[in-house]
Design a binder for this molecule. Structure first.
Ligand code: TA6
Length: 304
């Protein structure tokens, strides 16, 4: 995988203390964005948001200390882009879990800022490699907008002559103080599929509490999620647009031990609340059409 020239990126897109490109972990190029309301970091590898820190607050995203930063491997944490399929490939288990978008180097399309906002767009188009595992031509854009919230927008453009069917997710790893103390509101009454038991449930009862390995796909919901974290004295709001599924995941103890790029002691510090179109929310995009999956993250300190 050829790495973009960081000096050229800074010449073309850099902007004083607002937009800077540098070699991140593993030497992978990343963009550091800053503004009056906070800062964030986006790896060009996978168009992967690695960090988001609102001004005066603790970081919002979790990244494992054992994360791997190597071509062809997913980064454990931040906001992985799962596309053009969510989860294992529906028929070919040899194909990468959660698709290939998070395993490829993206290019910088635009990088701009104003007094309140810093905004970068990354792009990925089909290649011989992608067409060998997914026979479609496409343009994929990831836009990250840093202002009083962090907005992440994944836009799929079907450049093919045939319709394309995708599932997708912005697989957000939130940083929490102790996941066993956290509650997640916004999904009360929503039906969900429990991936651990392969069972469908008619309705979530009240807020979600995590007391073991949890891996659920909530269906037919456009609702924001409210992650209440008493340990850090804050609530993280995960709002979304054009997403019909929300995935909630924590590996807990045993699964954590089986993940080579995740510390066995890290599961209390994280919770995935994922903005998705998964399972029956698969999207079929006609030729020439576009679709944008949008996420907005904000952290609100709880008054004492
Ligand atoms: O978050 C839902 C999920 O599909 C879980 O089943 C678990 O596999 C997680 O994603 C992590 O997937 P990854 O491929 O990043 O290890």
């Amino acid at each position: 995988m050829s790495l973009p020239d960081i000096t050229q990126l800074n010449k073309r897109f850099g902007a004083a203390d607002r937009i800077a490109f540098r070699a991140g972990p593993g030497g992978l190029p990343m963009a550091a964005l800053a503004g009056p309301h906070g800062s964030c970091e986006v790896s060009l590898y996978g168009a992967h948001v690695l960090a988001y820190k609102p001004a005066g607050q603790m970081p919002v995203l979790f990244v494992s200390r054992k994360a791997v930063y190597e071509a062809g491997k997913p980064i454990r944490g931040g906001i992985p882009v799962c596309w053009p399929w969510f989860g294992p490939h529906p028929t070919a288990r040899s194909k990468p879990a959660h698709g290939f978008a998070r395993l490829l180097m993206w290019s910088v399309l635009t990088a701009e800022y104003s007094s309140q906002m810093t905004d970068i767009k990354l792009g990925l188009t089909d290649s011989e490699y992608t067409r060998s595992i997914w026979p479609h031509t496409f343009d994929l854009t990831l836009r990250v907008v840093l202002d009083t919230t962090l907005r992440v927008e994944l836009t799929t453009a079907n450049r093919d002559k045939e319709p394309m069917t995708i599932t997708e997710a912005l697989h957000t790893y939130l940083q929490v103080r102790d996941v066993a103390q956290v509650s997640v509101g916004g999904l009360d009454g929503v039906p969900y599929y429990d991936s651990l038991t392969d069972r469908k449930h008619a309705a979530q009862k009240g807020n979600i509490h995590i007391h073991g390995e949890t891996d659920r796909v909530y269906h037919d919901t456009g609702s924001a999620c409210f992650v209440d974290d008493p340990g850090l004295g804050r609530q993280i709001v995960v709002a979304k647009r054009n997403s019909h599924s929300t995935v909630v995941w924590n590996p807990w103890i045993e699964k954590s031990r089986r993940l080579p790029d995740f510390g066995a002691d890290e599961y209390p510090r994280m919770l995935c609340v994922e903005t998705a179109n998964a399972m029956q929310a698969a999207l079929t995009l006609p030729p020439g059409e576009t679709h944008t999956l949008a996420l907005s993250l904000r952290a609100e300190m709880k008054t004492a």
